[in-house]
Design a binder for this molecule. Structure first.
Ligand SMILES: *[C@@H]1O[C@H](CO)[C@@H](O)[C@H](O)[C@H]1NC(C)=O
Ligand SMILES: *[C@@H]1O[C@H](CO)[C@@H](O)[C@H](O)[C@H]1NC(C)=O
Length: 651
């Protein structure tokens, strides 16, 4: 709060300046009055249309900064129109009446809202300090084109429930009792909290902001930077500007182009003044005392990148669910991130309730990192688009290039779990393109393992090459280690598939034309296998290795197993040699897959357990019952082969 303690009057004046900088489009008689006021103030700069980029005025408690992010490195490689960019006035106002998605509306149709001087009877009065805690709907009538849309559909969570909850709600104490007695250094570094958002709901965004302000000790909180990644919703325009103008220490930055999570955070970081950057998703709630343990760990070692334990807010009820400790972040061979609960850690000591654990990766929800280290290690990859996997790229890079990552148990922040992705990718391939950048930049020859498990990425990669010149240069100049080092030193628990030709791929059943499958949602504990249409995406990839295990899934952590005659998946043993119950032999000539312990064969069995074909077979085979062990015969339902979707030498 060092910079932001100035009087409201000053801020009001800056507001006027800022409005002027909106430019010629908004110049009216009323504005020209303000204009002359402004001339009288010698501390102000030359009036006139805004020149790009609009700079922060040094030492001024500016309400809002519009950033022209025209750095070519930040350009999206694909056309996201109309989301790609907005005019400066569009950043602050939406067209009145309708058409938030219509980029062709003329300027004349914009409703002009003067923050702080709101005379529109339909608009809410400017919130006073006493009122700001209420989760009132600040929306302007007619500003939202989609009021009728269900809150859940719009945001992927129950916004109606969220709006009934205070912006200052108190969270239940879920920290370990030992955490409450922890002592932290008295001179911790200052933190800049960077919150990027794109079309976030009002209540969740403001609850995030208030929860930071309510929990972070003032002496450590340099500022909160709200970075608007080209939002289109009306309540995030001037209504938000107005609201934020009443919050000490909160600054709003607006990008003129859609940058995505990585680009948006990098932009916030470039404008931050604190010693430590804390990136927070725009739908989080911080537990008391969350900041100090993070700052302490970073202060002790500036190359440490740390995360709190991420608790979960239910998308339907907004209930707070504590996450079990220990937990750490991991990713699989499809480059999908997950939190791993109860990881196999080498040492379990009595202090473990308060001791941070090293983590091969950290989620994107909350990350704290020294500002200089963040910049020197290459910020976020500017070639990544929108969102998805930027946290995995950061993780591999931090570890490989001299840093470490850990989860700090005495720091807890809750993240709102969305029911579904509220925003679809404009192009389904964007996520794969981001993954391709990771594979080609960081994974060396191991990238083939990825491409076999994500065939869409493989085919995209065959027709186009990512421009990773700059990232490879960075990797060289930092002297980063290779992926083999990462796998053996940082993440030795990740199974490395062998993917031998004819012994890996989709497990195709000749009798039914379907593939061995594991229903989604059964989770990492294992469950019954079935047969389903072959996906062709790599999601059904399995790997019969030299231990005679059939390793399943992108993590390779589940093994084909038998429970009675039912064929199931169960967690693979972490030690060698493997259990005999998990061993299978593939007989290439007959296509039989023989369970070694029982000497029975793997067979697709229809629901009801009948093995005979029925006339309706062709129609129902997509729903064939399951995989069972049966005495070996030459029935086609016992004939299998491993279908390689990607040539072994490919990618
Ligand atoms: C919260 O925890 C309970 C009990 O562990 C669990 O049943 C429930 O699914 C959890 N909810 C969420 C949203 O994770
Ligand atoms: C790749 O990007 C670099 C700068 O980031 C640029 O100089 C180079 O021309 C680009 N290469 C291609 C093939 O576009």
């Amino acid at each position: 709060m060092r910079l932001w303690g100035r009087a409201t009057a000053v801020r009001r004046r800056m507001l006027c300046l800022w409005l002027l900088l909106l430019g010629f489009a908004l110049v009216t008689l009323a504005l020209s009055d303000l204009f002359s006021n402004r001339r009288r103030d010698h501390s102000l700069q030359q009036p006139g249309p805004p020149r790009r980029p609009l700079q922060r005025i040094p030492n001024a408690p500016d309400l809002e900064v519009i950033v022209d992010s025209r750095d070519p490195a930040l350009e999206l490689g694909v056309d996201l129109a109309p989301l790609k960019s907005l005019q400066e006035d569009q950043l602050l106002l939406v067209p009145s009446g309708q058409g938030t998605n219509n980029p062709s509306l003329r300027k004349g149709s914009y409703k002009v809202l003067l923050p702080g001087a709101n005379k529109d009877p339909r608009a809410p009065a400017a919130p006073t300090h006493g009122e700001m805690g209420k989760a009132a709907r600040p929306y302007l009538e007619g500003m939202e084109g989609d009021v009728g849309v269900s809150a859940v559909q719009k945001y992927g969570f129950n916004e109606v429930v969220s709006e009934r909850i205070s912006l200052h709600r108190r969270l239940p104490e879920v920290r370990h009792p030992e955490c409450l007695g922890e002592q932290y250094s008295e001179s911790l570094p200052s933190a800049s909290v960077v919150i990027c958002f794109h079309d976030e709901a009002w209540s969740t965004l403001l609850r995030t902001v208030h929860s930071v302000l309510d929990t972070a000790p003032k002496q450590y909180l340099q500022e909160v930077l709200l970075v608007d990644d080209l939002s289109q919703h009306g309540h995030l325009k001037s209504v938000l500007s107005e609201y934020v103008s009443h919050l000490d220490g909160v600054r709003l930055i607006r990008c003129t182009k859609r940058l995505g999570v990585g680009g948006c955070r990098t932009l916030g970081a470039a404008r931050a003044a604190g010693e430590v950057l804390v990136f927070i998703d725009s739908h989080c709630e911080c537990q008391k005392g969350w900041l100090e343990p993070l700052l302490e760990r970073v202060a002790q070692d500036r190359t440490r990148v740390v995360s709190p334990v991420m608790d979960v807010i239910d998308w339907q009820t907004f209930q707070y669910n504590a996450t079990q400790w220990p937990v750490r972040g991991v990713f699989d061979w499809r480059l999908d991130f997950s939190w791993e609960s109860n990881p196999q850690l080498p040492d379990k000591d009595p202090d473990s309730a308060v001791r941070p654990v090293q983590s091969p990766a950290l989620g994107g929800g909350v990350v704290a990192v020294d500002r200089h280290f963040f910049q020197s290690v290459g910020a976020y990859d500017p070639g990544m688009v929108l969102w998805g996997v930027e946290q995995i790229e950061l993780s591999i890079r931090v570890w490989s290039c001299g840093g470490t990552m850990e989860v700090v148990p005495c720091s807890r922040v809750a993240h709102l779990d969305h029911r579904q992705l509220p925003y679809r990718f404009p192009d389904q391939e964007l996520l794969q393109r981001n993954k391709i950048r990771i594979a080609d930049t960081w994974m060396d020859a191991y990238r083939k393992i990825f491409y076999r498990r994500d065939t869409l990425a493989h085919f995209i990669r065959q027709s186009e090459s990512p421009n990773i010149t700059e990232r490879l240069r960075l990797k060289r100049s930092l002297g980063c280690r290779n992926f083999h080092w990462f796998l053996t030193t940082v993440y030795p628990q990740l199974y490395i598939p062998q993917d031998r030709p004819t012994l890996s791929g989709e497990l195709y059943n000749v009798g039914t034309g379907s593939c061995a499958d594991y229903p989604r949602g059964l989770g990492p504990q294992g469950g019954a296998m079935n047969a389903a249409p072959c996906s062709g995406t790599g999601s059904q990839h399995c790997d019969l290795n030299s231990e005679f295990e059939v390793r399943w899934g992108p993590m390779g952590a589940l093994c084909l197993d038998a429970s009675g005659e039912r064929v199931i998946l169960s967690p693979c043993p972490t030690h060698r040699p493997t259990t005999r119950r998990l061993q299978w032999k593939f007989i290439k000539l007959s296509g039989q897959l023989v369970h070694q312990q029982s000497q029975l064969c793997l067979e697709v069995v229809k629901e009801g357990g009948l093995t005979q074909s029925s006339p309706r077979d062709v129609n129902t085979r997509a729903k064939t019952g399951g995989l069972f062990l049966r005495p070996c015969t030459h029935h086609p339902r016992q004939q299998w082969h491993f279908e390689q979707l990607v040539a072994p030498k490919g990618a």
